[in-house]
Each structure stands twice: as structure tokens, then as C-alpha cells.
Design a protein around this ligand. Structure first.
Ligand code: PLP
Length: 375
């Protein structure tokens, strides 16, 4: 089947309009402030080998979908760590350790956050303990060990790995650097979000005065999505329509937006998009997302391998792109929305639209990436 006829069949699964949308720049910047974001950019931009990741035009896809432009932020190129998470965990490690070489850093992770924390700890000569669930691939564990971290595998899911991390960290007086907030633990997750906001600073300089009309943001616990919303408030002149995309099996932001309060969901089956397979939106992101998200959408795992292949063999753009599983839902959901003429019209997606998508990771899990390419 040709690329054109293939993507013409793609569908989103669920779509929800947020009835409480009321974008308030002041409110957003009171949660993640201009100073916190500026400080993150000031520090991260001095790191060795820092350079903005590419903003690629998916010109072939935009032609197919009859949209003016589709921008794709390619985080596969982020510091050789192959995901945007490089900006968050490592930055938080630097801020919390404040030059103290005796601190032991700990975290629980689905993979990319831990890689960032391990890398950041290694840069600063700190010991690092990383807790992973039974679902995190051995490949990802190996990469974290290669940065000198002790990787501890815990039976059960991500929640179980986080519980164990908290327990052992209390016992041993380790400093937890987590990307998820809970009551009385908000400062460090906010630092990770401030780190992520560097992406939007770069984008604001890469779009050459064009206005973004729609942005699609992947969510796990919502940290990345909320950081991008804060970045929009800080760096963009206009407010695009903000769309959050999640796996069907882990739509914790959609369910919370529907209810108007945080809802913990139960994950029946882990999505292939492992970094997004989360059952509860984090506290700080929720405060930002609840009134700024325009729409929530979910997608199945069915189109992931096709999207990975189309990215790699330049079907969407002039250049080849290495995009892992979590880089696909923006493209899948946008295509699904455009295949539904009623919704497309309702949300003003048309030949004047400039859509921003996030290629959150490259082949961060090389084995899974090869499997998806060859599926
Ligand atoms: C690799 C990866 N991990 C995690 C996430 C989710 O980020 P967060 O948990 O901050 O919402 C994403 C978002 O797409 C991702 O691509």
C-alpha cells in the first residue's frame, strides 16, 4: 500500500473538548515562573556540546493533510541521550546537589528520565541509584549502567519501582530526583519541567516569526506537556490550540480533564509507548494543564511501527528521521484528526494551520526501535 493510501485510513480513538479551557499566562507563570525557565536555559546552554535540536518541516505530510506547515522538534539529537528527558533530570541533579560531591542521587524511571539523571550524576561525579520496573527493557538498564549508575530492578510496575525508590532513599538518606510531583515533593519535578522548557525557547527562535496555530503534546504524567505550555506562555506571542495526546490504555490526563480533577486510572495493558504509560497526572503539571489544554486525544498502538518506518524512510519529510515509539503519537493523532473532516473543521485545522509536533525520542531503546522498523 502506498504511503498516501495507508495514512488515509488512520484513526484516533477518543477525542475530548476541555470545557474548562481558559488560558491564563499569569496563572501559568505563577506555577512555573519566567525566572525558573530563564535560569534553566542559562545553565543548560553552557553544558558541553549544547546546541538546539533541529526543528524539521514534515513537508510531505503537510501536503498530504492539506495543512500549511508541520514542525517536528527532533529530540533524537539531544546531547547523545536521544530524548528531551536529557534536559530535565540532569538539570535537576545539578540544582539539588549544589556542588556537594557527597550526595547520592536516586530515582525511579521508565528509562529516559533515569538516563538523564545517571548522565547528570556522572558529569558531577555523584553516585546514582536507579529503580526500574519489570517492564523496562534490559537495553535501557544497560545504558544507565554505562553512566555508572546502580540499576535496581523491582518486581511490578512503575509505581512499585517508585515506592521502593522512596523506601530505600529514606533509609539511606539518598536525594530523590523524580520527575513526578506529589504532596510535599514539588520542587524537583518543577526543576525537570524548567529544564524541558528549553525546547520551547529554541522553537521560538526557530520558527522565524511564523505563528503556531496548534500544538500536540504527548503526556505521560504531564510534565513535558505542562512545561511546553509554560514555554508557550513565556516565549510565544500567541496562544495556539493545545492538544494533549496519550495512549488509549493510559489516558490519565484525558480522564482528569473530563472529571475536572485528578483521576487515577487503572492500566490494563502497558502501551508500547512506555514513557507515556502512566496512570496519574502529576500535581504541578495538572495545575497548568487543567485550564490550558483545549483538547485531549488518544491513539492506539496500531500505527506506531508504520510511523517509525515512515519517519525513517523520509515519507513525511525530505530528510530521514530517527523517531522512537513516543515520537509517533503526534503524527498519528494529527493524521487521525485530519481524516475526520467534521473534527478537522471544528478545531480549525486547515491550509492556514502551522502545527507543532514533538519527536520526543530517537532510538533510545535500540532493540525496540529495530523491532518496530522491521515489523
Ligand atoms: C520518551 C518519553 N518519556 C516520557 C514522556 C512523558 O513525559 P511526561 O511523563 O513528563 O508527561 C514522553 C512524552 O512523550 C516521552 O516521549
Amino acid at each position: 500500500m502506498s504511503f498516501e493510501s495507508e495514512v488515509s485510513n488512520w484513526k484516533y480513538s477518543n477525542f475530548l473538548i476541555n470545557k474548562r479551557t481558559k488560558f491564563s499566562k499569569n496563572n501559568i507563570l505563577s506555577i512555573l515562573s519566567k525566572n525558573e525557565m530563564d535560569e534553566a536555559y542559562r545553565i543548560i546552554s553552557t553544558w558541553d556540546n549544547y546546541s538546539p535540536t533541529p526543528l524539521i518541516s514534515l513537508n510531505k505530510l503537510s501536503e498530504k493533510l492539506k495543512i500549511n506547515k508541520i514542525f517536528y522538534k527532533d529530540e533524537s539529537k539531544r546531547f547523545n541521550l536521544k530524548s528531551f528527558k536529557a534536559l530535565g533530570g540532569a538539570y535537576a541533579v545539578e540544582k539539588v546537589s549544589r556542588g556537594n560531591k557527597e550526595i547520592v542521587i536516586s530515582t525511579a524511571t521508565a528509562g529516559n528520565h533515569g538516563r538523564s539523571v545517571a548522565w547528570g550524576s556522572k558529569k558531577l561525579g555523584l553516585k546514582c541509584k536507579i529503580f526500574i520496573s519489570e517492564y523496562v527493557s534490559e537495553f535501557r538498564a544497560k545504558v544507565m549502567r554505562s553512566f555508572g549508575a546502580d540499576v535496581i530492578r523491582v518486581k511490578g510496575n512503575y509505581d512499585a519501582s517508585l515506592k521502593e525508590c522512596i523506601k530505600q532513599s529514606k533509609q539511606n538518606n539518598w536525594q530523590i530526583v523524580q520527575d513526578v510531583a506529589w504532596q510535599n515533593y514539588k520542587l524537583v519535578p518543577k526543576l525537570t519541567m524548567a529544564g524541558y522548557s528549553v525546547m520551547m525557547k529554541e522553537i521560538s527562535e526557530q520558527i522565524n516569526n511564523e505563528q503556531i496555530s496548534h500544538v500536540i503534546l504527548q503526556a505521560g504524567v504531564g510534565g513535558m506537556a505542562a512545561a511546553m505550555v509554560a514555554g508557550i506562555a513565556r516565549y510565544l506571542d500567541n496562544v495556539p490550540k493545545i492538544i494533549v495526546v496519550e495512549p488509549d490504555s493510559a489516558a490519565c490526563v484525558l480522564e482528569s480533564v473530563k472529571a475536572g480533577e485528578i483521576k487515577k486510572i487503572s492500566i490494563k495493558k502497558e502501551s508500547l509507548m512506555g514513557g507515556m504509560s502512566c496512570d496519574e497526572v502529576s500535581l504541578v503539571p495538572w495545575e497548568i494543564l487543567k485550564n490550558s489544554v483545549s483538547y485531549c486525544i488518544t491513539v492506539s498502538d496500531d500505527y506506531i511501527s508504520k510511523t517509525v518506518k515512515f519517519l525513517s524512510n523520509s515519507k513525511f519529510s525530505d530528510e530521514k528521521i530517527v523517531g522512537g515509539e513516543c515520537s509517533t503519537p503526534g503524527i498519528i493523532s494529527l493524521t487521525g484528526l485530519c481524516n475526520d473532516s467534521k473534527i478537522k473543521n471544528e478545531i480549525n485545522l486547515n491550509e492556514n494551520s502551522n502545527v507543532l509536533l514533538f519527536g520526543c525520542e530517537g532510538d533510545a531503546d535500540e532493540e525496540l526501535y529495530q523491532k518496530l522498523l522491521n515489523a
